[in-house]
Write a protein that binds this ligand. Structure first.
Ligand code: ZN
Length: 570
């Protein structure tokens, strides 16, 4: 490709609404353009990298025995009603009506479609196992699209779905996909690591996310360097000890705490009740019913755990008015000892189990209760692990201190079990003559997000540093002087033709521009190799070979092609 024949609109400055480095670089390097919030056009260079990532995914999915299919983006709501997800996934579903008034959903994922297909086409254990995948455009009604391709309304995803006869066979399919994902990210030049994950709205029993460490990532991961334990913070647990029990003291005592509405204030003079001896009482509205949640004063409630443990589809903190309506007091004085209506469930964090000599709100503004023994004084409906782990807590497996870092989720594997196959009748006739539901798994990769994650992980002050396998072009030839027939241009075209013939992706920067401009653009786009041909070095029979992330070297002009072939490993 000649530079002047492509469309590579590089920008000196990043647009103001691009918040993170990778988003800025994708725009500045002329790889993508925003059409509307969360909706992007891929320009020729961006699309080349995207297609290379897709090719790697296809190769690895095919190698793992998965079958490529193409499912429609338009989905009838009936299959979502049947799976029970029309409500649970309701807020991310793009809904539209056709001219006859019939409603449709735009696909955010395709469990319902593929399970319907399996229900119709798979009838015998002899047809199993099967694994189907597609690489296609998906939609999410994202309220706050941001960070470019990271959180978009329209994006490309690879989604795969396995069907097996038994749990053991399903686990083998899961492991195959787990390994395939690992290989895919490695071949894309990404350093990814798998973490245990919450199964969330999609359901299922076993799940890992593939994470890319990045300061700008929207996920937090707790991990242990000693034993390799790693989990999304939404799921992570630690070996932190429960609250130490003390001699059961006197009966509960109410004491005045005028103006005290925070854990911190109660920890100060004159009260001096340490945060770890306080019970934090939170009112939540879960599926439109009020519930109480108790965590220790120095702990934070993890909302994902709350939803997972209670099975709530939607949960949010109650407003001050809702707190008052439930308990007769405002936030800051809430407690679960007295005045809890019989129909309000109380969920307590495991760390409080057995705790006594605790202090909590009295459900009366300006008063607290001390000498509270949870098991004696509070009617707890159910105990759960509800707290968020912090850095430094002992690893749940080996007790070494946990670390926490931010990361970008690029892939996800789930063991779904029979949740969808039962609801959508994806059954098969087994060897024993019994009809059974298929055991399913699903496996996703955010393809457009992976592209941006590569840029987020691999860049410097000058621009992107593309890994070889996914660069838009592997080599950029930069003749300094582009007049047709000039020695520099003649040699540039010769090298271009030879490399292209040998299967290397080359772009020839034939713009009549200053060397500084051309070098800056080549670095910004991030081609792995640049060959510069100037009149001066050419007079010595030399050209300059500059790997994007290594020093420049002068080489003999006639060695240029072989030098490139060696560096690209071809
Ligand atoms: Zn550990």
């Amino acid at each position: 490709m000649k530079w002047t024949q492509s469309l590579i609109p590089t920008l000196r400055e990043a647009p103001a609404d691009a918040e993170i480095p990778s988003h800025q670089l994708l725009l500045r390097a002329g790889l993508i353009r925003k059409l509307a919030g969360g909706v992007y056009t891929f320009l020729p260079l961006g699309l080349r990298s995207l297609r290379k990532i897709e090719r790697i995914i296809r190769e690895e999915m095919d190698r793992a025995g998965a079958l490529e299919v193409a499912m429609p983006a338009l989905q009838p709501p009936e299959i979502w009603e049947a799976s029970g997800r029309a409500q649970t996934a309701g807020d991310v579903l793009f809904k539209l009506k056709d001219s006859s008034g019939r409603q449709w959903f735009l696909s955010p994922t395709a469990e319902e479609v593929i399970t319907t297909l399996a229900a119709n086409e798979i009838n015998s254990y002899r047809q199993l196992p099967k694994n189907f995948y597609q690489i296609s455009v998906k939609f999410r009604d994202e309220i706050r699209p941001r960070f470019g391709l990271m959180r978009a309304k329209e994006f490309i995803m690879k989604d795969a779905y396995s069907f097996d006869t038994t749990d053991e066979s399903a686990m083998a399919s899961y492991q195959k996909m787990f390994d395939a994902h690992k290989r895919i990210f490695a071949r894309c030049g990404l350093q990814s690591f798998p973490v245990e994950a919450d199964t969330g709205v999609i359901g299922g029993s076993h799940s890992h996310e593939f994470m890319i460490p990045a300061a700008t990532g929207e996920n937090e991961v707790a991990y242990c360097e000693a034993c390799g334990y790693a989990a999304n913070i939404e799921k992570a647990t630690s070996g932190i000890p429960k609250t130490a029990a003390r001699e059961i003291g006197a009966a509960i005592e109410k004491f005045p705490t005028p103006g005290v509405v925070t854990i911190e204030a109660l920890a100060k003079e004159p009260y001096k009740v340490a945060a770890n001896r306080q019970i934090k009482t939170l009112v939540y509205i879960a599926d439109s019913k009020a519930i109480l949640i108790l965590v220790r004063g120095d702990d934070q409630l993890n909302e994902t755990k709350l939803m997972a443990r209670t099975g709530a589809v939607a949960a949010r903190p109650a407003t001050a008015d809702e707190c008052f309506a439930t308990l007769g007091a405002k936030p800051g004085s809430l407690g679960a000892v007295a005045n809890v209506p019989a129909d309000v469930k109380v969920f307590a964090d495991e760390r409080l189990r057995g705790a006594n000599d605790m202090t909590t709100g009295a459900n009366e503004d300006g008063f607290h209760l001390k000498n509270v023994s949870i098991e004696r004084d509070i009617k707890v409906t159910q105990w759960f692990d509800l707290r968020t782990v912090s850095a430094g807590e002992p690893c749940v497996k080996c007790a070494k201190p946990l670390k926490i870092r931010r990361a970008i989720e690029v892939g996800h594997v789930f063991k779904l079990g029979t949740k969808y196959s039962e609801k959508l009748n994806a059954t098969f006739l087994d060897a024993d003559g019994a009809r059974k539901p298929s055991v399913m798994g699903c496996y996703g990769i955010g393809v457009t997000r992976t592209l941006q994650a590569i840029v987020e992980q691999s860049n410097d002050k000058d621009g992107i540093i593309w890994p070889l396998a996914v660069a838009p072009y592997t080599v950029c030839i930069t003749p300094l002087g582009v007049a047709p027939g000039s020695p520099a241009m003649t040699l540039a075209e010769k090298i271009y033709t030879e490399l292209t013939a040998r299967g290397v992706d080359v772009i020839l920067d034939d713009r009549d521009d200053r060397p500084g401009v051309k070098f800056k653009d080549a670095d910004l786009v991030g081609f792995p190799l640049r060959i510069s041909i100037g009149e001066k070095s050419l007079a010595k029979g030399e050209v300059e070979l500059k790997p994007r992330n290594a020093p420049l070297q002068a080489i003999k002009a006639e060695d240029a092609v072989e030098a490139v072939m060696k560096l690209v490993g071809a």
